[in-house]
Design a protein around this ligand. Structure first.
Ligand code: FPP
Length: 230
């Protein structure tokens, strides 16, 4: 089975999963965080190089204060519980997004996990937090334009070079969205140029290792031509 190098997941459906069980939405997010552990370990075992998970979008600030507060606390709870296991499995933690908008405590726990795991050579587990693709592209353009204005480089940007100005440099091979919706919600718009898409009805709290394997099997059935012919 061919394993995609870079996989991205829109972890949707936590709220609906909780509601169906008569639980508060935060219980869905808690279970969702546990699934990050399961899918991270599975992706590492399968030999995926980078897994990018949409944990908090630039639009999620619109949610009720209580839910936003809980989502800000989750990285701390997650790393307290699972960092040891991630280290034992050689998993490297990174993030994509504007972390500095989060409470100092959240920034500290994420930075600590990144620092602690920076020399690991297994899966790159990248949490997209306070991430929005349009914002990412805008920031990249501003950075590049400033370099041109400062005479640090010529006005000769190529597509592959532009990727270096983004939070996520890699092209996505496989993009998965759980819980039935079929949209991208401002996630990795530049990087999905030739990605394969899988929209599964399974909610994120129920998306287990077997679901990931099934997605990779489906990916193997796709004929990727990258605009060429075979
Ligand atoms: C979408 O479901 C999910 C989110 C907006 C948050 C995802 C966050 C996690 C899975 C946990 C993050 C944990 C760490 C450690 C970073 P939804 O709430 O929109 O669900 P709904 O569409 O059913 O309401």
């Amino acid at each position: 089975m061919k394993i995609p190098e870079t996989v991205a997941i829109i972890m949707d459906g936590n709220g609906r999963w909780a509601k169906k069980r008569g639980l508060p939405r935060t219980a869905g997010h808690k279970k969702g965080a546990d699934m990050i552990r399961e899918i991270g370990l599975a992706a590492n075992e399968l030999g995926i190089k980078k897994l990018i998970l949409y944990a908090f979008s630039t639009e999620n600030w619109k949610r009720p204060e209580e839910e936003v507060g809980y989502l800000c606390k989750l990285p701390g709870l997650f790393f307290d519980r699972y960092m040891k296991e991630l280290m034992e499995n050689n998993i490297k933690v990174t993030f994509a997004g504007e972390l500095d908008k989060f409470p100092q405590e959240t920034q500290n726990v994420v930075n600590k996990a990144v620092e602690q795991s920076k020399n690991n050579t297994g899966l790159n587990l990248c949490l997209a937090i306070n991430y929005g693709a349009q914002r990412e592209i805008t920031l990249g353009i501003k950075k590049y334009a400033q370099e041109v204005v400062d005479n640090k480089r010529a006005n000769d940007l190529s597509e592959s070079e532009f990727s270096k100005y983004l939070f996520v440099e890699e092209d996505i091979d496989l993009m998965i969205r759980t819980s039935g919706e079929q949209r991208l919600s401002n996630f990795l718009l530049w990087q999905v140029a030739y990605a394969e898409f899988i929209f599964t009805p399974v909610s994120w709290p129920e998306f287990d290792k077997q679901c990931l394997i099934d997605c990779i099997k489906e990916y193997n059935e796709r004929d990727r031509r990258f605009g060429g012919i075979k």
